[in-house]
Design a protein around this ligand. Structure first.
Ligand code: AMP
Length: 283
């Protein structure tokens, strides 16, 4: 039985549960328990505080977990990063009040910077050769300059909205982060095998993200031109239509690639274009 830690409440929780569901793993947590066994997979799910997860895995209390890359950078736990999960994208940045004249990181010298990520900030400042004061606070960091508690902040940013509403501008990017699956360095052989099955499922889900199945009709003499616009996984499937001289082309296309090629496809003679989301993709 593999023990998986996910966030009890917060930004990573819903996406972690949704990912398990997309992997066909059923967990019934209607009673909000802190520990739940999956019905159809050898997995026990523990709901923990995000900041505790890397430590529990390092100590072997839990086998694997979902956490943010930013936390690994901050805490440097002795764990293995298994897979990037593609959600909870954010960046750790330094921001200063809009009115502050800011030309380079040297302008932070001697300033007081509020953050919940002191180690990450320390590493960044020391690699830039800048000496500043770091005030560690555990939340609502962005209001510190407005309250006169700090000159600048170092915090996680996704849309930038919170910075904007607090009159701050982002000036230095420390790191980009997303949710990752991490594992203990000492899994027993049975649990290693279960983890392999789990990562196979997660990869199939992630490979399919933002990918669509595309079907279109075209005159036979246009098959080659249109196929060149649709590289797909290997090459498009071509099926004859009932109407002589016409075929149906099937392929896989990324969401953005589709919008970029739609005009070329239509100009090349594609008609009756259908786009269908893909749920799983095994490469
Ligand atoms: P929280 O739910 O605030 O404890 O955040 C949990 C994790 O979500 C963080 O460690 C980050 O990896 C990630 N995250 C993604 N976007 C943001 C954001 N805008 N602010 C804070 N954390 C974020």
């Amino acid at each position: 039985m593999l023990k998986l830690a996910i966030q009890k409440s917060g930004r990573l929780k819903d996406d972690s549960i949704a990912l398990l569901k997309e992997c066909g793993i059923k967990i019934d947590n209607r009673r909000n328990q802190l520990k739940v066994r999956a019905n159809n997979f050898p997995l026990e799910v523990l709901f923990l505080r995000n900041s505790d997860i890397p430590g529990f895995i390092e100590n072997g209390n839990v086998d694997i977990g979902v956490t943010g890359e930013n936390l690994l950078y901050e805490k440097s736990p002795d764990v293995l990063e298994v897979l990037k999960l593609g959600f909870a994208s954010c960046r750790l940045s330094i921001a200063v009040p809009n009115l502050m004249d800011y030309a380079s990181v040297n302008d932070l010298a001697g300033k007081n910077i509020a953050t919940s990520y002191p180690n990450s900030l320390k590493k960044y400042l020391s690699s830039a050769g800048v000496s500043a004061q770091i005030s560690e606070i555990s939340g609502s960091v962005e209001i510190a300059p407005g309250m006169g508690l700090a000159d600048a902040v170092c915090d996680l940013v996704s849309s930038g909205n919170t910075l904007f509403t607090n009159g701050l501008k982002e000036v230095e990017l420390i790191l980009k982060s997303q949710a990752v699956l991490i594992s203990s360095t000492e899994l027993n052989p049975d649990n290693k095998e279960i983890l392999e099955q789990l990562t196979f499922r997660i990869n199939s889900v992630l490979n399919a993200k933002n990918k669509n199945y595309i079907l279109l009709n075209c005159p036979n003499e246009k098959i080659e031109e249109i196929s060149n616009l649709l590289p797909g996984m290997r090459s498009p499937s071509v099926l004859p239509l009932q109407q002589t001289g016409w075929s149906s082309l099937h392929s896989v296309i990324e969401e953005t690639q589709f919008w970029e090629s739609i005009n070329q496809l239509r100009n090349a003679g594609a008609e009756g274009i259908l786009i269908i989301p893909i749920k799983k993709m095994i490469l």
